[in-house]
Ligand binder design. Sequence first.
Ligand SMILES: Cc1cc2nc3c(=O)[nH]c(=O)nc-3n(C[C@H](O)[C@H](O)[C@H](O)COP(=O)(O)OP(=O)(O)OC[C@H]3O[C@@H](n4cnc5c(N)ncnc54)[C@H](O)[C@@H]3O)c2cc1C
Length: 367
Amino acid sequence: MLDADVFVIGGGPAGLAAAIAARSRGLRVTVADGNRPPIDKACGEGLMPDAIAAAARIGIVLPESEGFHFRGIGFHGEGHSVAAEFPNGFGVGLRRTSLHALLVEQAARAGVEMLWSTPVTGIERSAVHTKNRRITARWIIGADGSGSRVRRWAGLDRFTRNSRRFASRQHFAVKPWTDLVEIYWGDACQIYLTPVSADEICVAFISRTPEARIAGAWRRFPQLESRLGGAVPSSNERGAVTAMSRLSAVVRDNVALIGDASGSVDAITGQGHCQGFQQAEALAGALVTGDLMRYAAQHRRIALRPAVMADFMLTMDRWPRVRRRALSAMAAHPQSFARLLAGHVGALTAPQLAGAGISLGWKMMVS
Ligand SMILES: Cc1cc2nc3c(=O)[nH]c(=O)nc-3n(C[C@H](O)[C@H](O)[C@H](O)COP(=O)(O)OP(=O)(O)OC[C@H]3O[C@@H](n4cnc5c(N)ncnc54)[C@H](O)[C@@H]3O)c2cc1C
C-alpha cells in the first residue's frame, strides 16, 4: 500500500489546484511545501474571468466578498487610451496571500494532506524524500515554480524557449479610480494596476532591466505620477523574474509538471493562474485514466493562446514603432481591442481570435 496516490511537490496556487482537482476525483493526495501559508509572491494579483471559470470547474470557489471585481482592461500609452469590458464575466483582484489562504482552506476541506515547512529533497521512481521521511506515491507532481528542481530531477529540464524580464510588485493605500485593470505602456517597460480592495491597489512594474524599481518608475509614466507619486505603500516591494518559457516535455514516467514549473507566459498577460487551474483540471482527468500523455497533449493546447497573446504584447514592448501603431489603431478602433481582449480571456474560438489579430494588423498598417 503506497502512502498516497498523488504527491504534489509545491503548495503554491498550481500545486493546490492540482491537489484539489485530484482529490475531487477520489485520489488520496499529499502536498508538501518548504514554506508556511499564507505564502506571498510578487504577482499582479489579477484573476481573469477564464481563470475564475477554470477554478470553479475544479471546485475552487472565490467568495463574492473577496477582493475587487474588475470588469475589463484599459491600455494607456503613446498619447492614446483604449478600454474594453470582458464579454464573459468579471475578473477579481485579490491579494496573493488571500488567494493562497483561500486555496489552503479549500484543499483542507477537500481532504488533501498538507505538509508545510517541508522541502522535498529528492525523488525516486515511486517515492519522494523530505528531510526526515521517505513517502511513497504512485504519481509525483512537480508544482515547485519557475526554478523547479523536480523538473531537473525528472530529466525534463529541456527548454525550447526561455526568455526573461524583471518585475516588482508593491501595494498602495489608494482608492481605485476605475474598475478596470490598467496597463500603462512605457519605453520597454509597463506598469499595470490591479485594484485588490475598495482602498488598495497592486502595482506591478515589468522591464528588461533587473535594477528597475517602482519608486523610480513614476517619472517614466507621467500620467501616474500625480495619482501614485506620493501614495502611501501598504506593503514592501517584492521582486521577481517573469519568463516566457516552454519545455520540450512536461511528463516522464510517473512524474508530471504543472504551473510555472511546466513553463510560463510573461506576467503582462495576467494568465499564469488561468493556465495553472486549466492544467489542474486536465491533470486530474489524466491521473484517473492513468494516461499522463493525455495531460501532455492538453498542456500544449492550454499554453497556445496565452503564448500567442504574450508574443503580441512583447512585440509591442520591444518595438516602439509597433507599440505606437498598435495603441493608435486600438484607440481609433476600440471594437478591435474588445475582440482581442475577448480572445485573450477565451471567449473566442482560435479562428475568431486569428481573425481579430489579422483585422488589427491591417488597421495598424493603414493607420
Ligand atoms: C510580477 C508578476 C506578476 C504576475 N501577475 C499575474 C497576474 O496578474 N495574474 C495571473 O494569473 N498570474 C500572474 N503572474 C503569474 C503567477 O504569479 C504564476 O503563474 C503563479 O504564481 C504560478 O504558481 P505556481 O504554483 O506554479 O508557482 P509558485 O507560486 O512559485 O509556487 C511554487 C511553490 O513551490 C514551493 N517549492 C519550491 N521548491 C520546493 C521543494 N523542493 N519542496 C517543497 N516545496 C517547494 C515554493 O515554496 C512555492 O510555494 C505573475 C507573475 C509575476 C512574476
